[in-house]
Design a protein around this ligand. Structure first.
Ligand code: NAP
Length: 303
């Protein structure tokens, strides 16, 4: 039976460490608290849940969070104006543009407008370039969270045959780069990959970020593999009165007996994504108020 890589527990440890670090740094350097601003456009319900969770997590560690909420019909110029104001606001250390934005807006241009020093989602081209070059900078939260889960689960990717399913700029691409930098031999699969099952069965480390519920079942997992499930999907209740459940891209019940390690959904990668957002915000804040050079988020919090 696979060991669970428990993101909830690890995220709680990160939060405790961040809370202490913020309090200590505020006392010694006399800095105002770190500030995170979330720019949200429209009322996508899933985004609402994520934004609330992020705000609650900020509150627990001592980051002041605020939301700049635009109506769904806001213009590109209006949203850009908010971002420019936050860039210039000294009480704001981190800016997050909550994705997805309505299709009437150009998300790329919005992300490009964020000051790279405040880009706590690690999606600005400058930070993505730093990632590719292996230079310090703000890292994309979900892949950084996966790396932290692996590290704290005692899993060293070095030399491992790793497969990342998904090649989005948000998850798959940075995930592949981080694993490669950790000396894994990485294959990145996508919707046009032929013989996905063969690739899967060769993988000693499988990171699934395809956004396809149940894509990976027992027949696609090599016995003893480490399986990381990034996918997150709401399963509608089967009968009235039941709450909606969450599931991932991996058939957990079928794969758990085979894998050596597995991340549950919920409680695996999700909480770590939020934890890394907090890490990035604190990193940006420390940089601004004299905390030294930034370090990669995945090594920043617990050491
Ligand atoms: P995305 O932008 O839709 O990208 C999905 C990727 O998967 C694409 O590269 C796509 O290939 C590939 N893909 C789709 N179907 C496939 C298939 N049948 N076989 C192989 N590859 C396939 O999604 P994303 O933003 O990366 O997110 C992926 C999943 O992670 C979603 O469920 C999302 O909700 C979840 N997520 C979770 C967290 C968290 O904190 N837990 C954070 C972010 C995202 P093509 O490029 O060829 O289209």
């Amino acid at each position: 039976m696979a060991k669970h890589l428990n993101g909830r527990l690890l995220a709680a440890r990160y939060e405790a460490s961040l809370r202490a670090s913020i309090a200590q740094h505020r006392a010694s350097a006399g800095c105002p608290p770190p500030g995170l601003a979330v720019v949200r456009v429209g009322d996508d319900p899933a985004s609402g849940v994520y934004v609330r969770k992020k705000a609650q997590a900020c509150g627990r560690v001592g980051i002041e969070s605020r939301m700049v909420h635009h109506v769904a019909v806001a213009s590109q110029q209006e949203v850009l104006e908010s971002i420019h104001q936050l860039n210039a606001d000294p009480s704001c250390d981190g800016i997050l543009v909550q994705l997805p934005v309505p299709s009437t807006l150009d998300a790329r241009q919005l992300l490009l407008a964020v000051d790279p020093a405040k880009d706590v989602d690690g999606l600005h081209p400058l930070n993505l370039g730093r990632l590719v070059r292996g230079e310090p900078g703000l890292r994309s939260c979900t892949p950084a969270g996966v790396m932290a889960l692996l590290a704290h689960g005692g899993i060293a990717p070095e030399g491992m045959r790793a497969l990342v399913i998904g090649r989005s700029v948000l998850v798959g691409q940075p995930m592949g780069i981080l694993l490669q930098q950790a000396n894994a031999t990485v294959t990145v699969a996508h919707s046009r990959t032929r013989d996905l099952s063969d690739h899967c069965r060769q993988a000693e480390l499988l990171v699934v970020a395809a956004g396809q519920p149940g894509l990976v079942g027992a027949d696609r997992v090599r016995p003893g593999a480490v399986v990381v499930d990034v996918g997150i999907h709401r399963v509608p209740p089967r009968q009235q009165g039941e709450r909606a459940a969450l599931c991932g891209d991996v058939c957990f019940a079928a794969v758990e007996p085979l894998a050596s390690h597995i991340t549950p959904v919920p409680g695996g990668v999700g909480p770590m994504t939020v934890a890394m957002l907090l890490c990035n915000t604190v990193q940006a804040w420390r940089q601004r108020c004299g905390g030294g050079a930034p370090r990669p988020a995945e090594t920043d919090c617990l050491h």
